[in-house]
Design a binder for this molecule. Structure first.
Ligand SMILES: Nc1nc2c(ncn2[C@@H]2O[C@H](COP(=O)(O)OP(=O)(O)OP(=O)(O)O)[C@@H](O)[C@H]2O)c(=O)[nH]1
Ligand SMILES: [Mg+2]
Length: 182
């Protein structure tokens, strides 16, 4: 029997994680096609529904501030089918901190989950290029460990540039999984 959370199958769960201000809520709003991308810091979490083909996906947008990563992320990440780690490419001071949380999230993620790392805020002049981020966070190793289920893309949730391709990747992963279950 599939486990239910708020009346939905949690197998179809997508967890959005990343440090505060990385752009998770902006991204979810864009994926939902919301008219306004205005956000406030997420207190706790927001739960949204996203459509992938004819699959209804529960998107859990988790707050990145203060104590949330410690207390709130693990229960959602450890049951998610898809995990989206949003990284602020322009925040050079928090690279190390982001790397620590990324390692934890990778550890909590189910082995067969689809893991998407997004180097967000690429529209900003001060954004680090993708190659630098891959090197700083040791992403090469993660891709090598699970080449089909771990993907890395640069994007801007604010302008929308580069968002379609990774979302297509995640959609393909969900559709593949859904087909296997039927
Ligand atoms: N320039 C730029 N700004 C962005 C981008 N994505 C988000 N932002 C801005 O970054 C700020 C924080 O965005 P949120 O989406 O609220 O960040 P969050 O990750 O949900 O933050 P928490 O809820 O506190 O964990 C807002 O001012 C956004 O407009 C982007 O791709 N480029
Ligand atoms: Mg938020």
């Amino acid at each position: 029997m599939p486990t239910k959370l708020f009346g939905r199958n949690i197998e179809n769960q997508l967890a959005f994680v990343g440090l505060a201000n990385a752009g998770k809520t902006t991204l979810v709003k864009r994926l939902k096609g919301s008219e306004s991308l205005a956000t406030v810091p997420t207190m706790g979490m927001n739960i949204e529904t996203l459509k992938i083909g004819d699959i209804e996906v529960m998107a859990v947008d988790l707050g990145g501030q203060a104590t949330y990563p410690n207390s709130l992320w693990e229960p959602f990440v450890s049951k998610a089918s898809g995990i989206v780690f949003v990284f602020d490419s322009a925040d050079r001071e928090k690279v190390e901190d982001a790397g620590i949380w990324l390692k934890n999230v990778i550890k909590w993620a189910p082995e067969d989950s689809s893991f998407l790392f997004l180097a967000n805020k690429q529209d900003l002049d001060e954004a680090m290029p993708l190659e630098k981020i891959i090197e700083a966070l040791g992403l090469e190793k993660e891709i090598g460990a699970r080449p089909r289920t771990f993907a890395v893309y640069p994007c801007s949730a604010l302008t929308g540039k580069g968002v379609d391709e990774p979302w297509q990747w995640m959609s393909d992963r969900f559709q593949r999984k859904f087909k296997r279950q039927n």
